[in-house]
Design a protein around this ligand. Sequence first.
Ligand code: ATP
Ligand code: MG
Length: 190
Amino acid sequence: MPNIVIFGAPGSGKGTQSQRIAERYGLHHISTGEVLRKHISEGTPLGVVANEYIKDGHLIPDDLMLRVLEHELDSNPNTTAGVIFDGFPRTLVQADAFEKMMEKRGSKLDMVLGLEVNEDDLIQRMINRGQQTGRADDNIDTIRERLNVYHQQTSPLRDFYINNGKYVAIDGNPAPDTIFSNISSVIDAI
Ligand code: ATP
Ligand code: MG
């Protein structure tokens, strides 16, 4: 089964589409944001550190993130059967380390699905999500900082994956069902 990265700005719908992809294709879903939020809610030492970055809309340090990801892969035996990576990699350092990590495991990244959404819609979606779920970093000030961080540190990965031929652009503006049917056509064609 394929290893897929779902890529896009905060609020682009990575979590929603990843769940559907995981279910239909039997992939293991790793959301780094969910992993970190679970640590925060349980008050673990990692959660305490992660919260300091997340509350300001910043990324957690690469070396820490890489250790967390490696732990997720090691502690879930079904990850050898294909994984959907949601929220990782988010920096060029992470993307480079990820290639080596996969190689070490005798595995490889097959494709990057890039959800492309208008910026105004991103902000509105996150504001709505904050109101519905109470997610702490979905407030306007933190949202703006997360978008800055995305443009500075994460969006260069789009070119990185275009250049190595793995990037597939997905229009992330329509309804979730439409997006998922477009994603399914791409995965079915592998
Ligand atoms: P989406 O709305 O599409 O789910 P998001 O950016 O709103 O995406 P998450 O992916 O859940 O949210 O991530 C939440 C926070 O967790 C990030 O803002 C960041 O602080 C931290 N985080 C998650 N993944 C990483 C990563 N790969 N590297 C560094 N920090 C990360
Ligand atoms: Mg998410």
